[in-house]
Design a protein around this ligand. Structure first.
Ligand code: URA
Length: 478
């Protein structure tokens, strides 16, 4: 039996697995262990393999990208069995001659690995959704605002998930602490340090002051150097992490700062005349209101870039936030049914939301995220982007869904349940557009009673048909 101790990370496993395979060591000859420091173990394989008969491995082992993709995720699982299972799979796919093993949905090792990968990905989503940064004051080394967050993952996902945070929060200085690791981004490089004790961390709902005190404690002068914090030279993170994207809006502004004027200036300087691709990037970088901070993804518009028919919803929901695409959840399904009933082909449309980030709060108990209505300030912050999107797509008709979406385009006392129908507004760059405000499919989902739901659905379909008729008339007049 060979005892193989590796640093618990994918690259370490890959290197060792390749060596073992090259000399034909079979899975049942290996005792895999996570190396947790010390001299012992890490290099013992060199010594021990001398005693292993060469059973004819090959140094030119090739595996498909699918396997690497799967193995990367599995390697983050907290189950110590992940290494032997992965090696067994690798062995069977290569020396065992079952190169298409991954396609076998009934194979025990395949099932196990896929389950582990799924659990890791779920944990990653959770981390993306639940990490909440606190602004804790200026970093004394560079006088930049510093944000910190605490998260306790189920698996070893910190590095695996790091590129998301680097990409998303490229313009901020932040640290994320977990019990096993700490990640520190300073706008240029990601440094890894050791984890911290859970007991030392303020609870999620502690006041910002407590977080600031905590920050000062962990970053006091004596420990400013990460080197000292981690007790070892911190690793510079892989070079292939996404580049820092320049962002003019580095930090979330407070709601009270979202004056119309600021938003208008924001509009002119930041959005005017941009392509949809650029607008999408700008929405991803936007820090004008605080919603970006807790959203998993920016949900930008999708569909035909020069569509004549555009639909504007309110804000992404839970499923949209995770997938990054609008109207993929229950409200989206209902909308699809309504579109079909109105004779509209989704392929011909452009679908977007007035606000591009999901606003939510945690359920009182449990882990569900509950939708929260956006404020006027948040709506205003997104409005320049929406108007630019409108000016770029240049639809002939727009249907807004729900009050909030209508208010993104029209001012005043508009109340969708009372005033459903055509609305007039000022749409720079898209002057010829006709806008119809209708009810939101989510509203229908919340309605009590099948008859009321059915009636509401018919009203939505009827509005979509009206807009379709407008379009056909306008096209006929050309
Ligand atoms: N509701 C919306 O308004 N937009 C979505 O994308 C999903 C639900």
């Amino acid at each position: 039996m060979i005892s193989v101790s590796i640093e618990p990370e994918f690259e370490a496993w890959r290197l060792k697995a390749r060596e073992l395979l090259a000399v034909g060591v079979s899975p049942d000859q290996i005792n895999w262990r996570d190396w947790s420091g010390g001299e012992e173990g890490l290099f013992s394989f060199e010594e021990e393999k001398k005693g292993v008969p060469d059973s004819g491995g090959g140094s030119q082992v090739k595996v498909k990208a699918d396997f690497i993709h799967l193995a990367r995720a599995v390697s983050c699982h907290s189950d110590p069995e992940r290494w032997p299972v992965l090696y067994r799979l690798l062995w069977r796919m290569t020396l065992g001659g079952s190169s298409r093993l991954l396609e076998d949905p009934t194979d025990g090792d395949v099932i196990r690995c896929k389950e582990m990968a799924k659990s890791v990905r779920r944990d990653c989503h959770k981390m993306k959704a639940l990490v909440r940064f606190r602004k804790v004051g200026k970093d004394e080394r560079n006088a930049r605002e510093k944000f910190i967050a605490w998260f306790e993952p189920e698996h070893f996902i910190e590095e695996f998930n790091a590129s998301f945070f680097v990409e998303r929060f490229a313009g901020m200085d932040w640290s994320i602490f977990t019990p096993r690791r700490s990640l520190h981004w300073d706008g240029k490089a990601l440094l890894l340090g050791e984890g911290i004790e859970k007991e030392d961390v303020p609870s999620e709902d502690s006041s910002d002051d407590l977080w600031k005190t905590y920050y000062r404690k962990i970053f006091d002068a004596a420990r400013l150097e990460l080197k000292a914090m981690s007790g070892e030279k911190p690793k510079k993170y892989r070079k292939n992490l996404p580049e820092t994207r320049p962002s003019r809006y580095l930090y979330p502004l407070q709601e009270k700062n979202l004056s119309d004027l600021a938003v208008r200036e924001h509009s002119v300087s930041r959005y005017g005349g941009s392509s949809l691709k650029t607008l999408r990037e700008k929405a991803g970088d936007c820090r004008v209101c605080p919603l970006w901070n807790r959203a998993t993804r920016t949900v930008f518009g999708v569909g035909k870039s020069d569509a004549d028919f555009m639909i504007v919803g309110e804000q992404p929901g839970d499923e949209e936030d995770v997938s990054g695409r609008p109207f993929v959840g229950p409200a989206g399904q209902l909308l699809k049914r309504a579109l079909a009933a109105a004779g509209l082909d989704p392929e011909d449309l452009y679908l977007t939301n007035a606000v591009k980030h999901f606003k939510w709060k945690a359920a009182p108990r449990g882990k569900k995220r509950i939708y929260e209505k956006v404020t006027k300030g948040e709506r205003l912050a997104c409005r320049p982007g929406l108007l630019a999107e409108l000016a770029e797509v240049k639809p002939r008709v727009v249907v807004t869904l729900g009050n909030s979406a209508a208010h993104s385009l029209v001012d005043g006392e508009f109340q969708v349940l009372r005033d459903r129908g055509e609305v007039k507004g000022d749409f720079p760059g898209s002057e010829k557009v006709r806008v119809l405000a209708s009810i939101h499919p989510s509203y229908l989902l919340r309605m009590q009673g099948d008859a009321a739901k059915e009636l509401g659905f018919m009203e939505l379909v009827s509005d979509l048909k009206t807009a379709k008729n407008w379009l056909e008339t306008a096209n006929g007049e050309d």
